[in-house]
Ligand binder design. Sequence first.
Ligand code: IPE
Ligand code: IPE
Ligand code: MG
Length: 254
Amino acid sequence: MKERLEKYGLNGYTIPEHIAIIMDGNGRWAKKRLRNRLKGHTEGEKRVDEIVRFSREIGIKFLTLYAFSSENWSRPEDEVKGLMSLLAQSVKKRRGLLLDNNIRLNFIGDLSNVPEKIREAALALSEETASQNYEMTLTVALGYGSRDEILKAVKDIAVQVKNGELNVDDIDAQTMKSHLYTHDIPDPDLMIRTSGEIRISNYLLWQIAYSELYFTDVLWPDFKKENFIDAIKEYSNRERRFGKTTEQIDKELK
Ligand code: IPE
Ligand code: IPE
Ligand code: MG
């Protein structure tokens, strides 16, 4: 591992355990080239390969990619169709990558609107990879909306209280977490958004309470390993205080 980190100039930097990415800017990438939006998505999809391989190589344990939001269903029908078929191709194409590299594939979000065949193929690969040992978890947020996720959790908890299975006073952050799609993965240490937009767009609202946020103007189809390394270096230079003082943090690190 040390040699691999050295190779990328990352020796001595803190590597986040969990990185979440909002892969944005495909449409603008295509527009700049006078191509249709789908071309941008196709090109963006290709970037996923390099980022996944690289993450695995440097020992990132959790990578969570925002592929399609609950709000994205309201895009033009052609674009949604194109994105779904891209997803189907991606699942097919990436099977080898996941199996060869011991990567578990996980989906978060409401997949009920995803065309049945595509959903089944996606979930089958997720199951196939989950049943083996894994070095990294790749989570794809699909039909994902954080407010939906939180509402669903609140409703589940309310039902448990109503049925007498849970005491209101026992509800804490851990209870909430256990009802989220992300119940089995830690919160992101670093959240990256490409394309220059400085917003969260309904992504992991509960989970990013203490994540470091990194925004770059680079459009997702242009986002390369080098840009990813820049984000990790910046993360490493941040001081995460979790509400405490610098002096307390320094003491803890000693
Ligand atoms: C992100 O790129 C991909 C999805 C939301 C599916 P966009 O399609 O949002 O690209 P811009 O923001 O229009 O450039
Ligand atoms: C967020 O990007 C969703 C994904 C990247 C999949 P959007 O392009 O949909 O977000 P807004 O509309 O600019 O906030
Ligand atoms: Mg966008």
